[in-house]
Ligand binder design. Structure first.
Ligand code: NDP
Length: 283
């Protein structure tokens, strides 16, 4: 079997188009504040992409690029100011943060009403209880991709490899809400290959290039590679996922490319959250 491409670019383009049209007719101009602390090169790329997409969609974008040595108190002060700023509807603090800053303290201080990433415990609680107000961006992007390509998770066995708060954990919750039979695997899982081979839908968010090999994949499975790994090259870097793409594509029914897969959807979901927080109806 040669897998079909589970592309993220086309569904993302459709979502951006819908967002632009909704903003055009809205009396409220949504505003997104993005805070980056330090100069991690990958973070800078993501922050610039978010800024560009906001501008294209008519969303007010404010980017705060703070020095590496910013203290936790300084960062929390800025977030509190933005919590009270009526032009800003969504706040996002780009990870990773420098070691002197406690990520949980940062997440806790963002107003749940401006939590563009769905990281605040209040919004995570709403997600767990099946009544979300915003959605976790990368997991929601993966689910939207499946929907766009007509792939249903209902009744099927889904395995999520990875259990981070950003990707793995909330992705499993969205799959459960979509009526999949869900499992999580992580670094302590025994016999991972056998578990992966049971999955009809295999989601991989580990952060290790080529981690999932063809022998770990069931014939005809849908393989969603969330991983984005930067591999240094003489003239810069290249991006690869967590799945051995060429070999797995021979076995799977669908497979996401990297880049051009889930990554393409994440910013689209972020902007959707920003509209939700601004009270603008999505198409
Ligand atoms: P984390 O490092 O936070 O989590 C990695 C997960 O993989 C952990 O749960 C870890 O298990 C698990 N893991 C590590 N080694 C193994 C192993 N040998 N066997 C099984 N599980 C293992 O990463 P993130 O979740 O933040 O990101 C994962 C990947 O997704 C990265 O490549 C990242 O760049 C990418 N990403 C992509 C996004 C997108 O827009 N497409 C957005 C965010 C991330 P344990 O918990 O036991 O340590």
């Amino acid at each position: 079997m040669t897998a079909k491409i589970l592309d993220g670019k086309a569904p993302a383009a459709r979502i951006f188009d819908g967002i632009r049209k909704a903003v055009e007719v809205s009396p409220v101009r949504p505003g997104l504040a993005v805070i980056q602390v330090g100069v991690d090169p990958a973070s800078s790329v993501y922050v610039n992409m978010k800024e560009r997409r906001c501008v294209e969609c008519g969303i007010l974008s404010r980017v705060y690029r703070l020095p590496q040595e910013t203290t936790q108190a300084e960062l929390l002060d800025l977030i509190r100011q933005l919590n009270g700023d009526s032009a800003i509807h969504g706040i996002l603090v780009q990870s990773p943060l420098p070691g002197q800053i406690d990520e949980h303290a940062v997440i806790d201080v963002i107003s749940p009403d401006k939590d563009a990433d769905c990281f605040h415990p209040y919004n995570v609680g709403r997600l767990v209880s099946g009544n979300p107000s915003v959605l976790p961006c990368t997991p929601a992007g993966a689910m939207q991709m499946l929907k766009y390509h007509g792939i249903s998770a209902a009744g099927r066995r889904a395995l999520v490899v990875g259990r981070s708060n950003i990707v793995g954990k909330p992705l499993g919750l969205l799959l459960l809400a979509a009526n999949a039979t869900v499992g999580w695997a992580h670094s302590q899982t025994r016999d991972l290959g056998a578990l992966c081979r049971e999955a009809d839908l295999l989601f991989v968010a580990v952060g290790k290039p080529g981690f999932v090999t063809a022998d770990m994949v069931r014939e005809g499975a849908v393989v969603v590679d969330v991983g984005i790994n930067r591999i240094a090259q003489a003239d810069g870097y290249t991006l690869v996922g967590d799945v051995d793409y060429q070999a797995v594509a021979e076995k799977a029914s669908w497979i996401t490319p990297v880049p051009g897969g889930v990554g393409a959807m994440t910013i689209a979901m972020l902007l959707e959250n920003c509209l939700r927080l601004a009270g603008i109806r999505l198409p």
